[in-house]
Every structure is written in C-alpha cells, then in structure tokens.
Design a protein around this ligand. Structure first.
Ligand SMILES: Cc1cc2nc3c(=O)[nH]c(=O)nc-3n(C[C@H](O)[C@H](O)[C@H](O)COP(=O)(O)OP(=O)(O)OC[C@H]3O[C@@H](n4cnc5c(N)ncnc54)[C@H](O)[C@@H]3O)c2cc1C
Length: 416
C-alpha cells in the first residue's frame, strides 16, 4: 500500500501544475491519470497563453447571430438537437452571465488569475526546460468588416482601463507582421502581451517531468475508483495497487463530474466541444503567431505538427460521436486568409472545454467532503490558467497567503 500526502487526479495542464506547485512546497504528491500527462483537453488547444483576455466567450447578443447558429449555418458554433433539452438550463445560465454588466463583473474577477497567467507559465517553463516551445509574439485578431471591428470597441476601452497592451492595425500593417496572410480582412488588433506555445502537449509533459524530478510520483489509474478507506484516508486504485492520501485534488477537466457526482457533489459543469486539425502550409507560407478570424470564430495557429485550425463551440454530450461539420464551414474561410494545403491527419481531434456558465473555474475546497479539493472548469482558458491555478491551490492547501482573493472561484458560489 502506497501512501502520500496528496493525490492529484488528472494530469492535464491544471492537475500537473497543481502537483508541481505542491511538490515544490514539500508536499508528498502522487499524480494519477489513466493516460499520459497532457493527453486530454490540454493536448488539442490553440496554444494561446492569454493573460490579456478581458471578456469571456459570450452567448450571442444579436438575434441574427442566434438565428445563424439555430439554422446550423454559423461557422463559430454547432449543436446536437437531441442534446438541447439536457443543456437548456446551462444555456440559460450562460445567457444570463452574458449580459453586459455580468461580463464586466467576470472580466474583473478573472483579472487576478489572468494577470499571472504568462508569468506563472514562464516560471515553470524556465525550471522545466520548456522555454523552447514559447513564442512571445502576441496574437492577432482579424476583422473582415468595419462593423465587426467596431463591435469590440468596449473591449478596447476596458483594455485601456486594465492597461492591457494592444495595437489596432489596418490590413497593411497587419500584413507587414504576418506576410503570408491574404488581405481578406480590413482591421486587426495585435495583443502584444500574449504568449503562445508551439506544442501544448510537450509543455505539460515537461512540467510533469519536472514534477517527477522533484520527487513527485506518477501512477496510472482510474480516478473513478476514489473512495474513503479506513474512515481516514482517500484511496484510489492504481495499476501499482491501492494508493492512500489525506487529501485529494480533482483536476479532471471535463471528466470531473464522473468522480464528483457519486460523492454527492453536483456543480453545474457544461462542455463546449471543440475540434482541431493540422494542415501543411503551401509553398513558403508561414505564421509567427495565432490568428483569430473574429467574424467566423476559428483560429489558425502555427504548431510543430503544422498549422492547427481550431473550431469554436459545439454543444453536444461530452461522449457523443464527433460531428466535425464546422470544418466544412470554416475551411473555405480560412483558405481566404492563408494558404492551407493538405490535412496532416485523417480525422480531426475532438476535445471538450470544461465550462461553468459564469466562465470562472472552481479552485477551492469541495463542499461537504473533508480533504477534497477542486481545480477544474477552466473553459476556454485552461492552458493559460493552469500554472496560476496550481500556485493558488497549492497556497490554499498549505496555509500560505494566497496571491489573490480565492473567493470568486469557490465552489460555494453555486449554493446561493
Ligand atoms: C479547441 C480548443 C481550443 C482551446 N484553446 C485554448 C487556448 O488557446 N488557450 C487556453 O488557455 N485554453 C484553450 N483551450 C482550453 C484548454 O485546453 C482547457 O481549458 C484545458 O486544457 C483544461 O485542462 P485540464 O487540465 O482541466 O483538463 P484535461 O487536459 O482534460 O485533463 C484532465 C485529465 O484527466 C484525465 N482523466 C479523465 N478521466 C479520468 C479517469 N477516470 N481516471 C484517470 N484520469 C482521468 C484525462 O486523461 C486528462 O489527462 C482550448 C480548448 C479547446 C477544446
């Protein structure tokens, strides 16, 4: 029987960062996953470490946009009709949280984490030898019309208030930054403080290797085996036998409810599924940073495997079969902007962003279960916020002064 102080369930960017921060504070930690580190949602994202996102992705405010989604013509979103009754309460809560005053409130409460996103990654990357994956070139949002550019005026106003660096550009100036882009857009904003990575999987693997080098233990096991043992410990069954600890962190991203529901913890997590596929650039075309086509809700970003095209949200059951119809809608648009050649893989990758309707993660004790901690629900920003989350939770668990007020991220917010 192995025993440690803390078991961290889930070796995505969030769980791996929590485990690494705990082991750096002298805690004996075991990191448990059924696969390898970073192979879940943390593998397939756009690789942007934002720090400068102000508003969360919002429910469409314009009727025309909503109708486009409803008619399944929207490039930015898709849904499974059969899933709508199940997701309706979550969508209503998401719509309420997308009202202008609530978006500003979210922007304010997420700031303390966001402002640490890049710095906390850089600190871990330096000690893990992962700096080679990091690009300090910001990211570029493109707008095809004056209307879509003007629609984000409020975001630029708030950016000025929060002192978040950005440079609005005309098409010519944007093309000077990214010469392989084609002039299918009118405006751009270069968010200069953002960082991106060329291989998110390799980054999480590097942090996991650092965790192991500092004495952290890694086990293969099914988190759903979590149960109380001897009235004192939490126990998980692993490939190497049972593993006990006084404290457990659930960092299972979209799979967290599989473990929490049997324990009576029912927090309203939804998922926004998303796809990616890599394409070979034609000729000498290349990119230096992620690009968002704001009018069509997809990104293209340079990765080690090729140019990764990532889609917006799909509302469907987490485990339903893939329906990558958004590629048919966005690929022609993407080819208007960049010379994408053949696909690298036979099929697109599918992942599920773990999302609470208020666009904040839960980073806190679990309600009603001693020794159980939660770190999940990072939605669109999990890659960015993993290391900052790791630091915050490790500070809370070890009784250190947290670097920011953790109250907005408490699970209890769903009880009132
Ligand atoms: C298309 C797309 C683009 C995105 N782009 C960005 C971006 O540019 N920037 C950004 O910041 N974020 C982005 N995100 C979001 C980000 O990827 C996620 O928020 C983040 O990866 C969540 O990390 P996690 O560690 O919580 O979850 P995961 O990475 O999913 O980790 C959970 C782990 O739990 C393990 N697990 C699950 N069930 C069990 C079980 N029963 N037993 C044992 N182990 C189990 C899994 O194997 C997995 O390793 C994007 C997401 C998508 C889908």
């Amino acid at each position: 029987m192995a025993r440690v102080d803390t078991i961290v369930l889930g070796a995505g960017i969030v769980g791996t960062s929590v485990a690494l921060h705990l082991v750096k504070r002298g805690v004996a930690v075991a990191l448990v996953d059924r696969g390898g580190p970073g192979e879940g949602t943390s593998y397939g994202n756009t690789g942007i470490i934002e720090g400068n996102t102000i508003f969360p992705a919002a429910f469409p405010s314009r009727l025309s946009a909503l109708i486009r989604v409803a008619l399944k013509r929207a490039p930015e979103a898709n849904y499974h009709l059969s899933f709508l009754p199940a997701v309706a309460p979550w969508l209503m809560a998401f719509r309420a949280a997308s009202q202008p005053d609530r978006l500003i409130e979210t922007a304010q409460v997420i700031r303390p984490l966001m402002t640490r996103a890049v710095a906390e990654h850089e600190a871990l990357a330096a000690e893990a030898g992962a700096e080679k994956y990091f690009r300090r070139t910001g990211w570029l949002k493109l707008y095809r019309s004056d209307a879509s550019f003007n629609a984000q005026a409020r975001e630029l106003e708030l950016a000025a208030r929060f002192s978040i660096a950005n440079v609005p550009l005309d098409a010519e100036a944007a093309l000077a930054l990214e010469p392989s882009l084609k002039p299918a857009f009118r405006h751009a904003v270069h968010w200069t403080g953002a960082v991106s990575v060329s291989n998110p999987l390799a980054v999480t693997r590097a942090y996991a290797a650092r965790f192991a080098a500092l004495g952290g233990l890694t086990f293969s096991g099914d988190a759903r085996s979590l149960h109380r043992a001897d009235g004192r410990f939490w126990r998980v069954d692993t490939a190497a036998g049972p593993l006990d600890a006084g404290e457990v962190v659930v960092a299972l991203g979209p799979w967290a409810p599989d473990v929490l529901k049997p324990l009576g913890i029912r927090l309203p997590l939804g998922v926004k599924r998303g796809y990616h596929r890599h394409y070979r650039p034609r000729g000498n075309a290349g990119l230096s940073r992620p690009i968002l086509d704001a009018d069509n809700g997809y990104c293209i970003t340079p990765m080690e495997q090729g140019i990764r095209l990532t889609t917006g949200a799909e509302f469907a059951a987490r485990d339903a079969a893939p329906t990558p119809v958004q590629f048919d809608r966005v690929l022609p648009r993407a080819r208007e902007l960049f010379d994408l050649g053949d696909a690298v893989e036979d099929k697109p990758w599918l992942g599920s962003r773990p999302c609470f309707a208020d666009s904040r993660p839960v980073i806190s004790r679990a309600p009603g279960q001693s020794g159980l901690w939660l770190a999940y629900g990072h939605g669109h920003w999990g890659l960015s916020l993993g290391p900052a989350t790791g630091r915050l939770l490790a500070e809370l668990m070890t009784g250190a002064t947290p670097f920011c007020d953790p109250a907005p991220y408490a699970a209890e917010r769903f009880s009132h």
